[in-house]
Design a protein around this ligand. Structure first.
Ligand SMILES: Nc1nc2c(ncn2[C@@H]2O[C@H](COP(=O)(O)OP(=O)(O)OP(=O)(O)O)[C@@H](O)[C@H]2O)c(=O)[nH]1
Length: 350
């Protein structure tokens, strides 16, 4: 839904703005499609060239605003221009038809559009201005207005208005739920590596410990740390360091089983949570990972190795204790020369 703005421009918009950007886009597309369709009907079937001219002005306005938005990504100005254009077109339509054929009902579409695109305060302001104007116009024209007779035209207008309301709310709801899912994803993801972030790993670990208490299956943690990463950063620069982190994240993901969770624990540290896995099965996964890191052609052909600390949950142990043992095992792997894995010993109870 957001592919129409370039990724660079989209990055400048935060969650709520992305949602609004989608809505601006949806409203403009709907406007363009509607005016193209209804303009053609007015020319071909109803032969009402005045209304058709207005429809084509609406079509050109919608396309122009769409082009402007894609080019500038100026959300605030585009939203205002969209709402003002729609309000003007509605007012013109009310004038043109003298308020007949239920044209005034079109104005009921303004509040959802104005509120969605401009927010509560500005939306209310625009709606109040338009409603007061339409009210005065209606009041002034009332003496000359013939009684409204139900006609095909008026029925057609009412159906269109109801359909437009339904469509707007449906699309709004879809866009809102997409924005919500995106926010949810971002809240558990590390931006650089696209792996789970630390706070989500904490939650997952708690969840898996609870599951372990019910099922009794082994739960193993693997803490891994890139060897001599500072040297890589110092020699090739931080940006290259970031590329290495992303490449390693991809390899980690690629070598995990579907039931494992993998995330970024800290700067150059990763944590893998392996449910239903004893330590020896975890070592097999790590050997496979080490092999694919060895075979991978990393950026600038940099040779990268990792050290691993493995800890399987002991009876009555907490998440913190298990992590502490995995960390000690990792420390031991570093001390013994790096590029290796060490299985933590069970905690000694006193
Ligand atoms: N490029 C990049 N570097 C990071 C990031 N987070 C942490 N680092 C770097 O990771 C390096 C960690 O260095 P150290 O803790 O000294 O560890 P090391 O050089 O890997 O040495 P050992 O762990 O003992 O093998 C530091 O230079 C940090 O700046 C990051 O997001 N991007």
């Amino acid at each position: 839904m957001t592919r129409w703005l370039s990724a660079r421009r989209l990055d400048t918009l935060c969650g709520q703005q992305r949602h609004q950007a989608r809505l601006v886009h949806i409203v403009l597309i709907l406007m363009a499609v509607y005016f193209a369709f209804i303009g053609t009907l007015n020319v071909v079937i109803f032969k009402d060239y005045n209304l058709a001219a207005m429809d084509y002005v609406g079509l050109v306005t919608a396309c122009g605003l769409l082009g402007y938005f894609r080019h500038s990504a100026n959300l605030k100005l585009t939203a205002w221009l969209v709402v003002i254009s729609i309000a003007l077109i509605m007012l013109y339509f009310v004038h043109q038809t003298g308020g007949l054929a239920y044209s005034v009902m079109w104005v009921t579409l303004l509040p959802p559009i104005a509120f969605f695109l401009l927010g509560r305060q500005s939306g209310a302001l625009v709606c109040a201005a338009v409603f007061i104007y339409v009210g005065i116009f209606f009041y002034m024209s009332l003496p000359d207005m013939p009684a409204v007779q139900p006609s095909t035209g008026s029925l057609f207008n009412i159906l269109e208005i109801l359909l437009a309301h339904w469509l707007l709310f449906r699309l709004y709801e879809r866009s809102r739920s997409e924005a919500y899912s995106e926010l949810e994803r971002l809240s558990v993801t590390d931006k650089l590596t696209d792996l789970y972030n630390r706070s989500h790993l904490d939650d997952l670990l708690q969840q898996e410990i609870t599951r372990h208490h019910r099922s009794g299956q082994a739960l193993t943690l693997v803490l891994c740390d890139i060897d001599h990463f500072k040297q890589i950063n110092d020699k090739y620069g931080h940006l290259t360091g970031d590329v290495i982190l992303r490449e390693l994240a991809r390899l980690l993901k690629g070598n995990m089983r579907g039931t494992d969770y993998c995330g970024r624990w800290g700067g150059e540290e990763f944590l893998i949570i392996c449910p239903d896995t004893p330590a020896n099965a975890a070592t097999a996964i790590i050997s496979k990972l080490q092999q694919s890191i060895k075979e991978a052609d990393m950026t600038e052909h940099i040779r990268v190795t990792l050290s691993f600390g493995i800890a399987t949950l002991q009876h009555g142990e907490s998440a913190d204790d298990q992590l502490r043992r995995a960390d000690s095992a990792l420390y031991e792997a570093k001390r013994l020369g790096r590029d290796r894995m060490i299985i933590a010993e069970a905690a000694v109870s006193v």
